[in-house]
Ligand binder design. Structure first.
Ligand code: ARG
Ligand code: ZN
Length: 863
């Protein structure tokens, strides 16, 4: 049964106020909900009242204080219907009972490591009480939470704390009130034994806010970085978007079992602890960066998501795409903008491009879904962010800010749509954005083809651009940031009337740009800063690409040029070209490696095997790609050996001192570790020795893990000893063991399957903690292409077994794991047949969840 955008109708009833009394109990939590309802003037006046429910037990129901006769309603685990609801304002009191300990889906109210917490997006609130569980029904919530004091000394809710006190001898309560009307998906409570760190922040409006981060007791010393990121996020949103915080407290709680990254519940963000806890000995630079980004993301939702929410779940990109864009801008301001941009594009290409090219593709604003939780995708989030970025490029920074101000002003307190968002920018610019809006509707990645011609006599350069879309339809509006680069650098004195601020807007199928005053044959630098989420087809010689690496003013395209050469060498190896590439890399490293180490590390990181597979598009043989990439890296490692050792030595003093997570320090570590890895690619024996030495003196997790990852690629005793030692050293640190699981799951050797089976019996592994499953199984499926896609089908079968085993307990995690098969049709035929067999085997399993059935059905669909 599909839910369709075109079927949207306003709710027949609204709920203005919700008063909750939640008596926490491990197995029998009682929820009393007093709902103030009224007919919606915009709704169907004759409709019954249907409240959503999921796995609920109704204990009692009163209407305006009187018990409701049995013939007036029908209640089941999946919903509650009042056949003849009053056509005036009325109150319903509902008493429900749930078992948080038995809640393995981690939706609604559940318990993890003894802590009670909730996850209500997208549709978890209906697992707590019967409700109009849709984002356009917004209410003011008051929540009383009661629990045993020893079990839950900390009781947190949305909004501001109102009162608290004892109940009898061993229980206590707290009341929280959230004055901002919100949809049910933003509701949250937490109860448990938790330690905290806190600080205060004064907003631009003069409000004093107490900010706190709650973690497992004893881990308070790992919460400081997250707390600091909260404060920096608050400052930044005021500065960059004029958005102040609007409550007296802002709480973040870290929990061990969580289906996704984190959740922006009003005033009470709940996080996967992986994105909160950090200490130099346990977290890598990448972890610190992710914590900063996700803390910011959830905080920024307070405006883009909470104050302005979504009318329905088809509008998910309205809050997610925009908020990803906002967190990307934040991280870019906190760190290196070009380095961060390259990271964003790498992840877009690794996750979103394949999604957009396979059976799970969908528009950034989908038009139909069977299970909304399957649409928290790279397309909605990351391509959604790219659309916002393109809008800013098209209208300019000032108009963009004015449009954002207008969007917030006009939609504050409302449940909005993508149309409302675009209308704000149309209003401030006077532009018609209806053609631009097609980005939200058209699935698939557009292809941009470019061809240049130079006429030396006329000193004229002509550039033909054309767009092709995977599905028929009118053209998209593609901002193409571009410039021309000569032998000595960007050309000056060139005129091209079609360019505005270095950007050409391709809003037709094709166009021809004419540049005058071009003194030498130029190399076009197209899609600077990756100005649009498209695939670029531009035939350039290696020499010309390497000129961009050396001379372009746009750091993104410098990096891209090296990637393009490397990718073509992976796809078709040529020793002469490979050595020329190595020479160019050498010159690059000599010139500037130490000036911008983070950037240099990215230049040294060759395209992944996944990217190569994505470029091939069909008949993919992961073994061939792996071998080709490996031999290219080996060659680069040998040719660049002396330079890499020079980098290693030069960076040793700076990286071996006290640890600081800042971007510059992280950049030095990333270059030094990239050098180590490339040395090892060229000379495994020397690499193993160097990595072993690095392991023994590493003072932080970044360097330790990098050395272990390098070593893991080199079979032998040193590797096994290092893995064993690491496992013992961090036996009591689940988040560190996750890294250890992932490193072992991604070893590109046939024995990895046995290793994974063995690790599932490790005492720290658990099928009920999504982080463990992702570390061991999802990393295998997503980041070990040769073993996942083994020709004998054993890798597919392994993942298939986990999908089946997980589905009854946690369908969301099972469905997410199954998306690893999204590109199965692109394999060569033996692997394709093996994948098909595995997928069809799951299809026969009785009682599949809607989540898994939906992904499976779409994955197997023709086309
Ligand atoms: N809104 C959350 C975010 O910040 C994601 C929560 C999604 N959870 C889910 N079960 N679908 O992106
Ligand atoms: Zn989000």
């Amino acid at each position: 049964p599909l839910i369709r955008l075109e079927d949207y109708r306003p709710s027949a009833f609204l709920i203005d106020r919700v008063d909750l009394d939640i008596r926490l109990d491990p197995h029998a939590t009682r929820i009393t909900a007093d709902l103030a309802l009224r007919p919606n003037p915009d709704g169907d006046p004759a409709a019954p009242l249907h409240l959503d429910g999921d796995d609920l037990i109704l204990v009692a129901i009163d209407l305006d204080g009187a018990a409701l006769p049995a013939e007036d309603f029908a209640a089941g685990p999946g919903g509650l219907t009042l056949h003849r609801p009053p056509r005036r304002p009325f109150t319903l009191r509902l008493v429900t009972q749930v078992d948080p300990t038995a809640n393995t889906k981690l939706m609604g109210l559940y318990r993890t490591d003894g802590v009670y917490c909730t996850q209500c997006e997208a549709d978890g609130f209906r697992r707590i009480t019967y409700f109009l569980d849709r984002p356009d029904v917004m209410a003011v919530y008051t929540t009383r939470i009661e629990a045993r004091r020893d079990e839950a000394p900390v009781l947190l809710g949305n909004g501001n704390p109102v009162e608290s006190g004892p109940v009898g001898t061993d229980r206590h309560y707290a009341v929280w009130h959230d004055p901002h009307p919100k949809p049910a998906y933003l509701f949250a409570v937490v109860g448990g034994r938790l330690g905290k760190v806190e600080t205060s922040f004064r907003t631009m409006e003069g409000r004093d806010v107490t900010c706190a981060v709650y973690v497992e007791p004893g881990k308070e010393d790992r919460a400081g970085y997250a707390l600091d990121a909260v404060v920096r996020s608050m400052e930044w949103d005021e500065r960059a978007f004029g958005r102040p915080y609007d409550l007296d407290v802002f709480n973040v709680v870290a929990v061990a079992a969580f289906n996704m990254g984190a959740m922006e519940n009003k005033g009470l963000n709940i996080f996967n602890d992986k994105y909160v806890l950090a200490a130099p000995e346990t977290a890598t630079d990448a972890d610190y960066a992710a914590i900063e980004a996700i803390i910011a993301h959830e905080y920024f939702h307070n405006w883009s998501g909470n104050r302005v929410t979504c009318r329905d779940w088809f509008q998910l990109c309205l809050k997610e795409g925009l908020t990803v864009f906002r967190d990307q801008e934040f991280s870019s301001d906190m760190r290196s903008r070009p380095v961060h941009r390259i990271g964003e594009v790498r992840s877009l290409r690794a996750r979103q491009f394949p999604e957009d090219a396979g059976p799970l593709k969908h528009p950034v604003r989908p038009t139909a879904y069977a299970e909304i939780n399957n649409f928290y995708t790279a397309t909605v989030y990351d391509k959604g962010a790219e659309i916002v970025r393109m809008l800013k490029t098209l209208i300019g920074a000032e108009a963009f800010r004015a449009g954002m101000d207008r969007y917030f002003a006009e939609n504050d307190g409302r449940a909005a749509t993508v149309e409302d968002f675009l209308a704000a920018f149309a209003a401030v610019t006077g532009r018609d954005l209806s053609a631009f809006a097609r980005w939200y509707e058209r699935p698939g990645t557009p292809r941009l083809t470019a061809e240049g011609r130079y006429d030396p006599a006329a000193r004229r350069y002509t550039l033909k651009l054309a767009q092709t879309l995977p599905v028929e339809g009118p053209p998209l509006v593609i901002p193409v940031a571009l410039g021309l680069v000569g032998a000595g650098g960007p050309l000056t004195g060139v005129t091209c009337p079609a360019l505005d601020g270095g950007v050409f807007v391709l809003d037709r199928p094709g166009a021809e740009l004419v540049f005058e005053g071009v003194a030498e044959e130029p190399v076009p630098s197209l899609l600077r800063d990756f100005s649009a989420p498209v695939r670029l087809d531009l035939a350039l010689s290696d020499d010309h690409r390497l000129r961009l690496l050396a001379r372009d003013s746009d750091p993104f395209n410098r990096w891209q040029a090296a990637q393009d050469v490397a990718l073509s060498l992976i796809l078709a190896f040529d020793p002469v070209r490979a050595d020329a590439f190595a020479q160019a890399l050498g010159t690059f490293l000599d010139g500037e490696a130490l000036a911008d180490p983070a950037f240099a590390a990215l230049v040294l990181a060759l395209p992944t095997e996944g990217e190569a597979a994505d470029a091939l598009a069909r008949d993919v043989d992961p073994d061939a790609i792996h071998a080709a990439r490996r031999s290219l890296r080996a060659r680069l490692g040998r040719v660049l050996r002396a330079r890499l050792e020079g980098i290693d030595a030069a960076l040793a003093p700076a990286t071996e001192g006290a640890y600081s997570p800042d971007a510059a320090s992280a950049g030095r570590r990333s270059l030094r570790n990239a050098a180590l890895d490339l040395i090892a690619a060229g000379d495994p024996e020397a690499g193993a020795a160097l990595a072993t030495r690095r392991l023994s003196c590493a003072t932080n997790m970044t360097d330790r893990l990098a050395a272990l990852a390098t070593l893991a690629q080199i079979p032998g005793e040193a590797r096994e000893e290092a893995l064993a030692a690491f496992g013992e050293r961090f036996a009591a640190e689940p988040l560190v063991l996750d890294k250890w699981f992932a490193i072992q799951a991604t070893i590109p050797e046939p024995e990895t399957l046995d290793r994974i089976e063995r690790l599932t019996r490790h005492p720290a592994f658990s099928m009920t903690n999504p982080n463990r499953v992702r570390a061991l199984v999802a990393s295998f499926a997503m980041a070990n292409p040769t073993q996942f896609a083994r020709a004998d089908g054993a890798g597919f079968a392994l993942v298939g077994r986990f999908v089946r085993a997980l589905d009854p307990a946690n369908p969301q995690v099972a469905a997410r794991l199954l998306t690893a098969f999204g590109s199965w049709r692109r394999y060569e035929k033996t692997r394709r047949a093996a994948a098909s067999e595995m997928l069809n085997g799951i299809k026969g399993v009785p009682g599949l969840s809607r989540d898994v059935a939906d992904i499976l059905g779409r994955t197997l669909q023709d086309g």
